[in-house]
Design a protein around this ligand. Structure first.
Ligand code: AMP
Ligand code: GLY
Length: 423
C-alpha cells in the first residue's frame, strides 16, 4: 500500500522509519519531509497551512493511508477534507482537535466531565485577568488559548509578572491570534508524564508512557521549548497506574467527546502532572508528541500500519501493539539560540558516525540536504535516539552518538532521563 505522512519534524521521521518496516507498505511519501526523511521516503514540498494544497497533492499521489503528524493541519480541518472525499486518514477532525487547539475548550470539557485538572480562569481582557488573579496563589500559570508550539505557557512568580505576561499575550504581539484569550491556572507540582493512547472514537488503547523535557536548560531551567528530549521505560508507570489513567482520564475523554458529537479518532496525547493529589491533566495534544514519538516508536515491535488501520476501522485493541521491554531515549540537538532566534544553514558533520553507535537512530527534524551534505534548517535539528536493555545503557548510547555530531552553535541537554537514573 501507499502511505503519505504529513509533516517534516523528528516525529515524522520516526513515523516514516517505523512505517517503512511494515511489510504492508510498498510506497512511502512525506510532505514536506526534511533532509533525513528524504533518504527513506519520497518528499514533496508543501505548505501545511493550506488544506487545499495538501488535498491537491493527495489527489495526485492517491495514498491508501495518510498519517497526519503535526497539529496545524489537524486544527485546520485536513481530516474533515479527506473524510469528505472518502480518503483513509489517521487523525481527529477539526472539531475534535479543539482539545489541543483551544485550551479554554479543553479546560471547560475537563470540568464538564469531572476529569482531574488544575483550577483555572478563562480571560478575554486584562481587566478580567486582574480580577481573576486575586483567586490564585503564586506561582501562577498563564497560558495562551491557541496553538503556540509549546511556547505559550509562562509560570509567573508574582501576580504582577502574571498580569504582564497576560497583557503581552492579549495584545497579540507575542503570539498573534493564539493569545487573544488567556487561561490562568494553579501551578501544579510533580513529575510530568506523556500518556498517549490510540482511539477509534469509542475505545482507547494506551501506548507505552514517556517523559518529555520541555525546558531548554539542564535541571529544567530556562524557557519552555517544543521539547528537548524524552525517554520511555517499562518502569515509568505500573499496570495499576496505567489502568487508572485509562479509566479516569483517557476513556472518559473519548466517551465525553463522542457524547458531545465530536468523536475523537487518532492519537490522544494526555499531558499529565503526577501530583500528590493524583494525576491531573495539564494539556491535550491531538497527535503524537515530538520528541515523545521517537522513543515510543523505538519500543514498538509490532506493525504500526495494523494499529492505525484498527483505529480508523473502529476496532482498536491491546492486541494491536507489541512493546519491547527495552528502554529508549531521545536527545534533541538544537540550533544556537533556540527557542529564541537562531541561524540556519550550518553544515552538520558526524551523522554517519553517530548512526553507527549500537542501538542508535538519528532522526532528523530541522535539516536539509544538498549534494550529500546535511545542513541545519530549523530550531530543533536532530533527535538522537537510542534503545537498549536498560535506561542507563540507552542514555549512554544516545550521548555517545551526540558527541560524534557537530554543527556551529549546536546545544543539547546533558540530563535527559537524568532524574530517572538517579532514582
Ligand atoms: P502545555 O502547553 O499546557 O502543556 O504547557 C507546557 C508546559 O508548561 C507543561 O508541560 C508544563 O511543564 C508546564 N505547565 C503547564 N500547565 C502547568 C500547571 N498548571 N502547573 C505547572 N506547570 C504547568
Ligand atoms: N513534546 C510535546 C509536544 O509534542 O507537544
Amino acid at each position: 500500500m501507499k502511505v503519505l505522512v504529513l509533516g517534516g519534524g523528528g516525529r515524522e521521521h520516526a513515523l516514516v522509519w517505523k512505517l517503512r518496516q511494515s511489510p504492508r507498505v510498498s510506497q512511502l511519501y512525506c510532505a514536506p519531509g526534511n533532509g533525513g526523511i528524504a533518504e527513506e521516503a519520497e518528499c514533496f514540498p508543501i505548505d501545511l497551512k493550506s488544506v487545499q494544497s495538501i488535498a491537491t497533492l493527495a489527489a495526485r499521489l492517491q495514498p491508501d493511508l495518510t498519517v497526519v503528524g503535526p497539529e496545524l493541519p489537524l486544527s485546520l480541518g485536513v481530516v474533515d477534507e479527506f473524510k469528505q472525499r472518502g480518503w483513509p486518514v489517521f487523525g481527529p477532525t477539526q472539531a475534535a482537535a479543539q482539545l489541543e487547539s483551544s485550551k479554554s475548550f479543553a479546560k471547560e470539557f475537563l470540568q464538564r466531565h469531572r476529569i482531574p485538572t488544575a483550577p483555572f480562569a478563562i480571560c478575554d481582557s486584562i481587566d478580567e485577568v486582574r480580577s481573576a488573579l486575586g483567586h490564585f496563589h503564586t506561582p501562577v500559570v498563564v497560558k495562551a488559548d491557541g496553538l503556540a508550539a509549546g511556547k505559550g505557557v509562562i509560570i509567573a512568580q508574582t501576580r504582577e509578572e502574571a498580569a504582564g505576561a497576560a497583557a503581552e499575550m492579549l495584545s497579540g504581539k507575542m503570539l498573534g491570534e493564539a493569545g487573544a484569550r488567556v487561561i490562568l491556572e494553579e501551578c501544579l507540582q510533580g513529575d510530568e508524564l506523556s500518556f498517549l493512547v490510540f482511539s477509534d472514537g469509542e475505545r482507547v488503547v494506551p501506548l507505552v508512557a514517556a517523559q518529555d523535557h520541555k525546558r531548554v536548560g539542564d535541571g529544567d531551567t530556562g524557557p519552555n521549548t517544543g521539547g528537548m528530549g524524552a525517554y520511555s521505560t517499562t518502569e515509568m508507570i505500573d499496570d495499576q497506574m496505567r489502568d487508572w489513567l485509562v479509566h479516569h482520564i483517557a476513556q472518559p475523554v473519548v466517551t465525553g467527546m463522542k457524547a458531545e458529537g465530536t468523536e475523537f479518532q487518532g492519537v490522544l496525547y494526555c499531558g499529565l502532572m503526577m501530583t500528590a493529589r493524583g494525576p491531573m491533566v495539564l494539556e491535550f495534544n491531538c497527535r503524537f508528541g515530538d520528541p515523545e514519538a521517537q522513543p515510543i516508536l523505538m519500543r514498538l515491535d509490532s506493525d504500526l500500519v495494523e494499529a492505525i488501520e484498527a483505529s480508523i476501522e473502529g476496532r482498536v485493541s491491546d492486541g494491536d501493539f507489541r512493546w519491547s521491554q527495552d528502554a529508549s531515549v531521545c536527545v534533541v540537538m538544537a540550533s544556537g539560540g533556540y527557542p529564541g532566534t537562531f541561524a540556519v544553514g550550518k553544515r552538520i558533520d558526524g551523522l554517519a558516525e553517530a548512526g553507527a553507535v549500537e542501538g542508535v537512530k538519528v532522526f532528523h527534524a530541522g535539516t536539509s540536504q544538498r549534494d550529500g551534505v546535511f545542513y541545519t534548517a530549523g530550531g530543533r535539528v536532530l533527535g538522537v535516539t537510542a534503545r537498549a536493555r536498560d535506561l542507563k545503557t540507552a542514555v549512554a548510547r544516545a550521548y555517545q552518538a551526540c558527541a560524534r555530531i557537530s554543527f556551529e552553535g549546536a546545544h543539547y541537554r546533558k540530563d535527559i532521563a537524568g532524574r530517572a537514573l538517579k532514582k
